[in-house]
Design a protein around this ligand. Sequence first.
Ligand code: ASP
Length: 411
Amino acid sequence: MTRYWFNIPLWKRILLALVLGVLVGVLLGEDVQSIKWIGDLFIRAIKMLVVPLIFFSLVSGITSVGDIGKLGAVGGRAMALFMATALFSVSMGMILSTLVQPGQGLEISLSGADIPPPPEHTITEMIVQLVPDNPVMAMAQGSILPVIIFAMLFGISILAVGEEGTPLARAMNAGSAVMQKMTIFVMELAPFGVFALIAWVAGSFGFDALIPLGKLVALNYVGCGIILLVVYPLIIRFIARLPVIDFYRGVIDAQAVAFSTASSNAALPVTLRCVERNLGVSKSIASFTVALGATINMNGTAMYLGVIALFGAQAYGIDLSWYSYVLIALTATLGSIGAAGVPGSGLVMMGLVLSSIGVPLETIAFVAGINHLLDMMRTMTNVTGDAAVAVAVGRMAGEIDVVEYRSDDDV
Ligand code: ASP
């Protein structure tokens, strides 16, 4: 029995858990609450990996790129793709929202909503806080962007030191290998965790909750669908020049974890493993691009911010000038970069976008009730984007094992 279970590839076990979870959740309704702890356990186990994994992966990714010039080229390409896809995603969100007008004729009701506070910081404060005044505290608090900044400087400094830094570079590599092994162990919990989380979502939302907000939910799913089925395939086909189907087969584990946990950070260990093991991207490019992407590359979130900004304006009957559209594009892109890879952070970033165009923040309350359903889909989109950019950058740098990429022998 145990042998039979472990012989099934992990992604199939996770997919099965997903389907069974929905069925059990719909059948049991609220009663399914009692198994949510299994999902929580899984999320905690996977969160435990995040800070050390990001730190070791980024540092070892940077040191194994080898020289600072090459690092600049790899980083530059990754950033260019991150930015281009984010801007495209917000614009598409705005176009969809203009076409469908989900906010038209709605009476916004605030009762019973769970209003997250607007962001506490201005943009300049957010920039200042990117630099940790104490890296250990940033790690302890799980503030990922400052940890990334510290890890990048640490890696670059090891490279700059040269010969003397080699033992440390090797230690960082070992740390990264160990964290990846730990990920493999933790991932054995995934089918159970995913089952419990999905059952809980299906049980507590039910279908009734969806009907009044159906247009908004559908719009977000369609938007993410376009990014997943058009934008990423274009990147894979025309920039990476590789078959799209193999990409999706290789990345499915990460998608399942992203969808069920609604957290790019939680999915990060699995994404990294998929990109390296299934898609054949070299360790250095995978570690660097995926660890960075999990925090700053969030196309699903960018698209969602665009959709909701216009939704709010429509619901409140506010006419937007072209300048407001530009502001939405900018703030939503910034918001998607600034959003942490945790559930619900996109919703908090909405404060930044709405306040920049003068739409009441109460819009957030309206969306809060369905946020989790949207979050699952946009997180899956975010994570898939990290993998797509890693494949494209890996291909441009000639650091992808095409045989591995094409093989259907996925872990
Ligand atoms: N939950 C998303 C993520 O982790 C961020 C968001 O809320 O949009 O990627």
